[in-house]
Design a binder for this molecule. Structure first.
Ligand SMILES: *[C@@H]1O[C@H](CO)[C@@H](O)[C@H](O)[C@H]1NC(C)=O
Ligand SMILES: *[C@@H]1O[C@H](CO)[C@@H](O)[C@H](O)[C@H]1NC(C)=O
Ligand SMILES: *[C@@H]1O[C@H](CO)[C@@H](O)[C@H](O)[C@H]1NC(C)=O
Ligand SMILES: *[C@@H]1O[C@H](CO)[C@@H](O)[C@H](O)[C@H]1NC(C)=O
Ligand SMILES: *[C@@H]1O[C@H](CO)[C@@H](O)[C@H](O)[C@H]1NC(C)=O
Ligand SMILES: *[C@@H]1O[C@H](CO)[C@@H](O)[C@H](O)[C@H]1NC(C)=O
Ligand SMILES: *[C@@H]1O[C@H](CO)[C@@H](O)[C@H](O)[C@H]1NC(C)=O
Ligand SMILES: *[C@@H]1O[C@H](CO)[C@@H](O)[C@H](O)[C@H]1NC(C)=O
Ligand SMILES: *[C@@H]1O[C@H](CO)[C@@H](O)[C@H](O)[C@H]1NC(C)=O
Length: 709
């Protein structure tokens, strides 16, 4: 039996047998939840459930008022050192616990180092060999982190162990490790860092080990080398952080460093069943928290619980406050990656990290990239910017244009006309299509004239060349007056357009053009018999008489001439260009006070500057003269036509030589003489001698009728 060489083991075993035998039947029973009053810290070590503090190793009840540890997980919390030293937790009675991890299912503990030394006084080898026994407890030596470690220069140490089942015929496990230092000088053969047999040896342990003891082989002693390396050491310890130092082999540094103890790791597990079996026993199943999972122990029978992915807390507690709770990953950006253009959104059991708007990829993987390459973005932005500027400037122009339009409308008396609603007010855009070269039909003193169709009617649009110089309501009033002049022998004003600087006027279209052109167009002389000429004279006079007769708004034409007498398809005359034509300066020759055609101008008006109805009568006399002579009235020619005619008529009482050969037929001479005498009266320099337009019209009508007979 190896036990006879162990100092501590028999005592420990006796204690274990008594304690564990009493405890184990409880393992399969219900696992009630711990009291909230349980102490959860001992010294600086946290003690989470299923661990708990108990008063003595054989007591699982903990505090008086309840159960604090799961069966087998009780720790004592003893005061160490004299007079208020530190409190430390102990497992299995005397094994100090330095940390517990629920997630890994591990506990970190401290372990005595065994040694085998040469006593220079007694000249004998002295052994101090330890054992550790967790048989019957939930703990198993972790096979992944622990290694049996032997230090010395002439040493062979054995590790003996078992899975905890006693009485089955001795230990199932035994292994050993040899550490040697060869060479002339021991010190030079050793090197820091490596534990590969020279001064240091490590060996792995099997799974499921719950008990071990150390044994030094007496065949390897340090008698010969005690001046350099007096002691050998052996311990099962956590090797993950161990680095060999040469001083460990040549001095007591190794055993002195940590008070003769070395850390080791225990895997622990709940019960001795697998998850599948345990789950079927809800009374004892330990993974009670919502969102917890069960994992089979990798190191032996039993299982541990863990919070599901995305949750943290204690999976062994039902209480939702301390059980597994959702992790708010977004609050832990150093652990849960969501950068590079990701937007973190926590959800139960995880988090989402979609790429920000307009980015594509995986933010968690750091591959969020822009849809658009920089060049495209720059292009889009530039084009967008330009477009915006264009739109803005367009709107500004549009606004200005609209404002201008409104200003013109106001200036040209739009508001007044709108109130009167007598004629149609055309929009600028309605007239625009008409004002093109192909529609141009002439240029008068008023401006350019275009022919077009509006509201299915042929119209003539008059567009002034120069801007209007009128006050706003002056123009409007004139338009109102003209629009009220409705007579078959007066050109009808249909509407106007005020949305431009100089208002445009829309008249009915008169097909044959002016009497002036018909009389004097040498290229294409139209035959006009006396009857037609009388009719033209009579109807024109009728139109003028109507204008002069209007009671409330007597209208003077001011510019009566053959060019202003238009003829329709049936050679019915229509007077045009009155009123407004006087308001809008025709050519620069005209002063503000004297407007009209010099060729037809009443000399009295020229002298006195006062325009009267009789001025129109004078001008009409010239028109009659032109009709009978078919000759142009020319002011530049010293008014030869009028002067000669009047002189001839004065001397001979007749003016036959002036008559147009076309109509000077013997039978008609009397009528022509009558016509001539009307003209003479009209052309009288004594204003009072001139007949009224009404009289002229009546006499012409009579003449016209007599002619037809
Ligand atoms: C598991 O533990 C219970 C209670 O201690 C015991 O009765 C049972 O035999 C054990 N089973 C195994 C397979 O070790
Ligand atoms: C801790 O204290 C308990 C009783 O208070 C005693 O039984 C146990 O041996 C002590 N353990 C240590 C390591 O001092
Ligand atoms: C328990 O969960 C934690 C965190 O998710 C993980 O690190 C650990 O490895 C898990 N333990 C087991 C035994 O699966
Ligand atoms: C050697 O043995 C003697 C007698 O037992 C003892 O007094 C002494 O302390 C020992 N020396 C060492 C270094 O252990
Ligand atoms: C040390 O070992 C040698 C043989 O290697 C042996 O002769 C000697 O007696 C041993 N010394 C002690 C103190 O055991
Ligand atoms: C190893 O390291 C220790 C200090 O850690 C030093 O005292 C010793 O001399 C080193 N040994 C060698 C061989 O470098
Ligand atoms: C050990 O050292 C002492 C003196 O320091 C010396 O007398 C003795 O012979 C040495 N022993 C061995 C084995 O080297
Ligand atoms: C490992 O050693 C370093 C420093 O040497 C220490 O900070 C760390 O806590 C140790 N790790 C473990 C698991 O003991
Ligand atoms: C556990 O989750 C279920 C549904 O998933 C719920 O009904 C129950 O209340 C939860 N229990 C606790 C303690 O939160």
């Amino acid at each position: 039996m190896p036990f006879n060489r162990l100092a501590a083991v028999p005592v420990l075993l006796l204690w274990l047998v008594s304690v564990l035998a009493a405890r184990f039947p409880l393992l399969g029973a219900a696992s009630p939840q711990p009291s909230s009053k349980c102490q959860r810290k001992c010294g600086s070590v946290d003690i989470p459930y299923p661990f708990g503090i108990v008063h003595s190793p054989d007591d699982d009840e903990g505090d008086d008022d309840g159960h604090c540890a799961m069966n087998g997980f009780g720790l004592t919390c003893n005061e160490t050192g004299t007079n208020g030293g530190r409190h430390r937790p102990f497992a299995a009675g005397n094994v100090e616990v330095v940390g517990v991890s629920l997630q890994q299912g591990q506990a970190r503990m401290l372990n005595d180092i065994s040694d085998y030394c040469y006593n220079t006084t007694t000249r004998e080898m002295v052994r101090d060999e330890w054992s550790l026994d967790f048989a019957g407890t939930p703990y198993m030596f972790s096979d992944t982190t622990n290694k049996f470690t032997v230090i010395g220069c002439q040493t062979l140490a054995y590790i003996n162990g078992d899975d905890g089942d006693y009485g089955d015929g001795g230990d199932k496990y035994m292994s050993g490790c040899v550490a040697m230092c060869r060479g002339d000088d021991v010190r030079t053969t050793l090197s820091n860092g490596s534990c590969s047999g020279i001064g240091c040896c490590q060996t792995a342990i099997p799974k499921g080990l719950q008990y071990y003891y150390v044994e030094f082989d007496s065949g390897f002693n340090t008698t010969e080398i005690h001046n350099v390396s007096r002691c050998s050491y052996a311990v099962l310890m956590d090797s993950s952080n161990f680095t060999f130092s040469t001083t460990y082999a040549t001095s007591p540094a190794f055993i002195n460093n940590n008070g003769g103890q070395a850390p080791f790791v225990m895997d622990w597990a709940i019960g001795n069943e697998t998850c599948d079996v345990a789950r079927k026993k809800p009374v004892s199943y330990a993974c009670v928290s919502n969102n917890s999972e069960c994992f089979n122990s990798l190191n032996g029978p039993g299982y541990i619980c863990n919070c599901s992915k995305g949750f943290h807390g204690n999976p062994y507690l039902q209480d939702p406050e301390h059980g597994c709770k959702d992790i708010d990953e977004c609050k832990l950006p150093h652990l849960y990656r969501c950068t590079n253009g990701g937007v973190c959104r926590n959800r139960l059991g995880g988090y989402d990290c979609p790429c920000k708007f307009r980015l594509k990829g995986h933010a968690k993987g750091g591959t969020c990239i822009d849809h658009f390459p920089l060049a495209a973005k720059v292009a889009v932005c530039t084009i967008g910017g330009i477009l915006l500027m264009v739109i803005i400037s367009f709107l500004v122009i549009l606004h200005k244009e609209k404002k201008k339009t409104e200003e013109f409308f106001k200036k040209n008396g739009g508001p007044t006309l709108e109130k009167a609603i007598v004629i149609k007010l055309f929009k600028k855009d309605e007239l625009k299509p008409i004002l093109k070269k192909s529609n141009f039909i002439g240029k008068g003193c008023f401006g350019e004239v275009y022919k077009g169709i509006l509201d299915n009617k042929l119209v003539a649009v008059k567009k002034p060349i120069n801007g209007s110089v009128l006050e706003s309501d002056q123009f409007a009033n004139e338009v109102i007056i003209q629009s009220q002049v409705i007579h078959k022998n007066i050109v009808r004003l249909i509407g106007c357009c005020l949305e431009v600087d100089a208002p445009m006027l829309v008249y009915e279209f008169i097909s044959q053009g002016s009497l002036h052109d018909i009389l004097h167009n040498s290229n294409n002389k139209v035959a006009l018999n006396l009857d037609a000429r009388l009719s033209i004279a009579a109807h024109s006079a009728d139109g003028l008489a109507y204008m002069h007769s209007k009671t409330n708004t007597r209208i003077l034409h001011g510019d009566v001439k053959t060019a202003n007498i238009l003829l329709d398809d049936n050679f019915i005359p229509k007077i045009s260009d009155f009123g407004i034509s006087r308001l809008i300066a025709c050519d620069k020759e005209h002063t503000a006070s004297i407007i009209g055609d010099r060729n037809y101008m009443d000399p009295v008006y020229l002298q006195e500057g006062l325009l009267t109805e009789k001025s129109d009568v004078y001008s009409f006399g010239v028109v009659i003269l032109e009709l009978i002579s078919r000759e142009r009235a020319m002011h530049s020619d010293n008014n030869k036509l009028v002067k000669n005619f009047l002189e001839a008529h004065k001397k001979q009482k007749k003016a036959t030589q002036f008559f147009d050969k076309e109509i000077a037929i013997t039978n008609d001479l009397e009528i022509l003489e009558n016509l001539a005498s009307i003209a003479v009266e009209c052309l009288s320099l004594d204003v009072d001698q001139r007949p009224t337009m009404m009289e002229v019209a009546e006499r012409l009508l009579i003449l016209s009728r007599s002619c037809k007979l």
